[in-house]
Design a protein around this ligand. Structure first.
Ligand code: UDP
Ligand code: MG
Length: 250
C-alpha cells in the first residue's frame, strides 16, 4: 500500500473526471482508473461529473458506481462546461490530494505518481505539462490544436500568468485545502478555467510545480476550433478584470 494511506481516515486520494458525452470511453476509463488505484491506494474515490450528457455516459457511470462504491457520479441536467464540472467535482472531493483528469485519459492514469511526488514534497499544486523538454508526447494533437495552444500560451503569459508553459493540460493535482480555496473563488465554466485556477493560485501565494507528463492524444474532442479560441480570449480578459477588481481575494 502507498504511504499516503498511513492515517486512512478520509480517502487519501480523489480523482475527478469531467465527462461530456463520453459514452465511447467512460466505462473503460473507470475500469482502468479503479484497477490502477485498487491495490495501490487503500482509500480513494473517483468522482465522475456528467456534464449534461446527451448520450449514455451517465448510465454507464452509474453502472460502474453500483459495482464499485468508491466511484460516485454527479449528474448534471444541463451542459455547463468543463470548468463548471471540474469545480463541482473538486469541491465535493474528500481526499487529501485531489487530481482531475480528462475522461479520455490522454494523460495515462499512472502519471498521477509524478504529481503526487511533488505534492508530497510540499508543493501545493502539481500540474501536468506537454510543453517541457522532458514531456513525453507519444501521440500529438492535430497541428491546428498545437498552433492554437502555442498562441493561447503567449496570450496567457502576456495577459494573465507568466512562467507556465502549458496551462491547459487536463491533468492537475492539489492538496485538498488548496483545491477548496481555489475552486470556491473560481467562476469560469468553459475551457479557460485552467488559467483562472492558476491565476488564483498565484494570487493566494500557492506553489505550483509544472511536471512533464506522458500524453497520448485522443482525437475525439469537444473543443470547437472556431468558437472556443474567442471564448477563451474573453475568459482571459474576464480573469484580468476580476483580478483587478479584487474578486479573487475575498
Ligand atoms: N468536458 C466537459 N464538459 C464540456 C466539454 C468537455 O466536462 O462541455 C470534458 C470532456 O468530457 C473531457 C474533458 O472535458 O473529459 C476534456 O475535453 P476534450 O477531451 O474534448 O478536450 P481536448 O482533449 O480536445 O482538449
Ligand atoms: Mg481529449
Amino acid at each position: 500500500m502507498h504511504k499516503l494511506d498511513k492515517k486512512n481516515v478520509e480517502p487519501s486520494l480523489s480523482i475527478v473526471i469531467p465527462a461530456y458525452n463520453e459514452e465511447a470511453v467512460i466505462k473503460k476509463t473507470l475500469e482502468k482508473v479503479a484497477e490502477y488505484l485498487e491495490g495501490r491506494y487503500l482509500s480513494y474515490e473517483i468522482i465522475v461529473v456528467c456534464d449534461g450528457c446527451k448520450d449514455n455516459t451517465a448510465r454507464l457511470a452509474e453502472e460502474a458506481a453500483k459495482a464499485n462504491h468508491k466511484i460516485q457520479v454527479l449528474d448534471r441536467k444541463t451542459n455547463m462546461g468543463k470548468g463548471f464540472s471540474v469545480r463541482q467535482g473538486c469541491l465535493e472531493a474528500k481526499g487529501n490530494y485531489v487530481i482531475f483528469t480528462d475522461a479520455d485519459l490522454s494523460t495515462p492514469i499512472d502519471e498521477i505518481e509524478k504529481l503526487l511526488k511533488w505534492l508530497e514534497e510540499g508543493y501545493d499544486i502539481a500540474i501536468g505539462s506537454r510543453a517541457l523538454k522532458e514531456s513525453d508526447i507519444q501521440v500529438r494533437q492535430a497541428w491546428y490544436r498545437q498552433t492554437m495552444g502555442k498562441i493561447f500560451n503567449l496570450l496567457v503569459q502576456t495577459l494573465a500568468i507568466k512562467g507556465i508553459k502549458d496551462t491547459q493540460c487536463g491533468f492537475k493535482g492539489f492538496k485538498k485545502e488548496v483545491a477548496r480555496k481555489i475552486f470556491q473563488r473560481q467562476a469560469i465554466n468553459g475551457f479557460g478555467f485552467d488559467v483562472e485556477v492558476l491565476y488564483i493560485a498565484r494570487m493566494l501565494g500557492y506553489s505550483i510545480k509544472e511536471v512533464p507528463v506522458r500524453w497520448l492524444n485522443r482525437a475525439a474532442s469537444k473543443v470547437n476550433p472556431l468558437t472556443h479560441p474567442l471564448q477563451m480570449l474573453t475568459d482571459l480578459i474576464r480573469i484580468r478584470l476580476r483580478g483587478w477588481k479584487g474578486a479573487y481575494e475575498r
